[in-house]
Write a protein that binds this ligand. Sequence first.
Ligand SMILES: *[C@@H]1O[C@H](CO)[C@@H](O)[C@H](O)[C@H]1NC(C)=O
Ligand SMILES: *[C@@H]1O[C@H](CO)[C@@H](O)[C@H](O)[C@H]1NC(C)=O
Ligand SMILES: *[C@@H]1O[C@H](CO)[C@@H](O)[C@H](O)[C@H]1NC(C)=O
Ligand SMILES: *[C@@H]1O[C@H](CO)[C@@H](O)[C@H](O)[C@H]1NC(C)=O
Length: 526
Amino acid sequence: MRSLSVGGSAAVLLGLAAAAPPPHKHRAPHYAASQWRADAVKKAFQVSWDGYYKYAFPHDSLRPVTNRYADDRNGWGASAVDAFSTALVMENWDVVDQILEYVPTIDFDNTTTEVSLFETTIRYLGGLVSAYDLITSPFTAHSCKTSDVDAILRQATRLADNLKVAFDTPSGVPDNNLYFNPPRKGGSTTNGIATIGTLVLEWTRLSDLTDDAEYAKLAQKAESYLLRPQPESGEPFPGLLGTNVRLSDGQFVDSNGGWGGGTDSFYEYLIKMYLYDPERFAEYKDRWIAAADSSIKYLVSHPTTRPDLTFLAMWQGKELRFFSEHLACFNGGNFILGGLTLNEPAYTDFGLALVDGCHATYTATATGIGPEIFAWQDARQPLNATNNPPAPADHAGFYNASGFWITNGNYVLRPEVIESYYYAYRATGDTKYQEWAWEAFERVNRTCRAGSGYSSIRDVNQPGGGGFHDFQESFWFAEVLKYSYLIHAEDAPWQVKADHTNQFVYNTEAHPIRVAGAWGTAKPWR
Ligand SMILES: *[C@@H]1O[C@H](CO)[C@@H](O)[C@H](O)[C@H]1NC(C)=O
Ligand SMILES: *[C@@H]1O[C@H](CO)[C@@H](O)[C@H](O)[C@H]1NC(C)=O
Ligand SMILES: *[C@@H]1O[C@H](CO)[C@@H](O)[C@H](O)[C@H]1NC(C)=O
Ligand SMILES: *[C@@H]1O[C@H](CO)[C@@H](O)[C@H](O)[C@H]1NC(C)=O
């Protein structure tokens, strides 16, 4: 349902004509698949999987340089579960069958290390629910044993049943840090808005699949404190919040925020919940619109040396901070998805400008890969303002040429820039975004290929990447390889759509979740 007042406000903020855009402004663009590029990404997936399967499976992650493993996500096989939905959309049935066989054997009752509610939800719960949705969809041409398929949902439910204790706090805001055997809380007193607000898609989907309303209820109760933030200082700009919330009463304890790590996917999920089910999640949509409009009104920033680039500032109270992160580069894609979903081209266009900014962080470096954290000097604020320092002397040359300087040069196989290229391509059909995604993939393939897989690197601005961390993140499988593949692949029911025909919505780990009501019924079809 589009809202005229909303559309008008974004258009006015952008200085555009306030005339109401025609309904269904967004039509499906023409998409051009590239078989050889899609195949090259599939090959990289197979290399990464083979290294993992040989040296690390069923542990969490591969250390590709030394052919060792790490159990960084509780030892439940994080890379296998994160690779599941990617193997499915790539129709790599050999790998699908390996994972299918493994899932029933995971002991989700036992782990010796601390459990993150957030990380476990987005990777394991999201990965399982997504695989279940994809396998049970009428579009998946792969026959699986019913018992294997049932086991996916049973394991997701078992995991969520163990995680549920997190919400047993006075407010219902969960403790993010848990221990198992038996499941219990770690004793946190606060939690952040990303770790609170990035549960609701996965937990709601689990309720819809199992017909047990409790999971959705728990996640939505927690989210309610973020939809209606208290006290006022928790919302320094309309829709833009602080970071930390008390478990005792759900009150915000600070006013600092941004679209970066710790807060990012709270904003991301507001519009994605509306896409999941516009009837149940209209309030989430209103809050996304408030956040998006405030971002356009208050946070937009252009660097002094490259006023053509658009970044979003972070904030401390009402004062801005001019730095951003690779993580925040999902924002372009999220604005584009909002524009498509709400029929509001102003959001799409703004998202495309953010995509350009993040593209510039890639093309400026020695490796052609963007940094973990970067900063700039804002062109509108006084240059002597204490919150607007110039580039340090040793970064001034780079800043003059590039419009940002690097404050942390790591690249840990993050997806956000390629993810936003993917949304930009699906919204516009402009092959420029396929070229950008291909270039980024080639650069990552060249720089991060190490030993039996791919590794995160230390310095994107050194030729060769400045050394390996010897670590292949599980989200390399879930996200980087998936978005790199999908942007070149044939159209498919799980692809993001520009014309209001989405059958899936992607969780923050890039696991496609079937939208409520897709293909006829909110319930599994089998
Ligand atoms: C739990 O996992 C640890 C580490 O893998 C293992 O040593 C222990 O035997 C397991 N406990 C149970 C009850 O399965
Ligand atoms: C910045 O410069 C302006 C104009 O020269 C001056 O009025 C102001 O006091 C300066 N502000 C700071 C924080 O130095
Ligand atoms: C960067 O640009 C500024 C302003 O044009 C100039 O004063 C400075 O010398 C330049 N620095 C470098 C290292 O190029
Ligand atoms: C990726 O890297 C591998 C190993 O260096 C190479 O064989 C392959 O051609 C590369 N793929 C692309 C698309 O550049």
